[in-house]
Design a protein around this ligand. Structure first.
Ligand SMILES: [Zn+2]
Length: 106
């Protein structure tokens, strides 16, 4: 039996995956600029991720995005990687790379 909201979820999943891929391309371009010696300002939309420098911050963010893209091919996307609870749609709309619920911050 098809679950309620299954089609809606597929549409959302495609949208989040597209957003992840677009963000990944943006971040890869920024990283390229840094590697070529350009001075780049990282906006507040790029999480700190405990990084000590811009290059590390971008690389960590890219890894986070990449894990999200891989999760989008599974049934675990949009669920906390610790407890498996569903993440809020509003959170995923804003930051589709989110891996954990509020109870399990990184
Ligand atoms: Zn959790």
């Amino acid at each position: 039996m098809v679950e309620d909201g299954y089609l809606r979820d597929l549409v959302l999943l495609r949208r989040w995956k597209r957003a992840l891929l677009a963000k990944g391309a943006d971040i890869a371009a920024l990283l390229e600029q840094i590697l070529s010696g350009k001075e780049v300002e990282l906006g507040a939309g790029i999480p700190e991720l405990g990084a000590t420098g811009k290059e590390q911050r971008l690389r960590r963010f890219l890894e986070l995005i990449d894990r999200g893209v891989k999760r989008a091919a599974t049934d675990r996307f949009g669920r906390c990687t610790v407890c498996g609870d569903a993440l809020l749609q509003a959170v995923l709309d804003e930051q589709p790379w989110t891996e954990r619920c509020l109870l399990h911050p990184a």
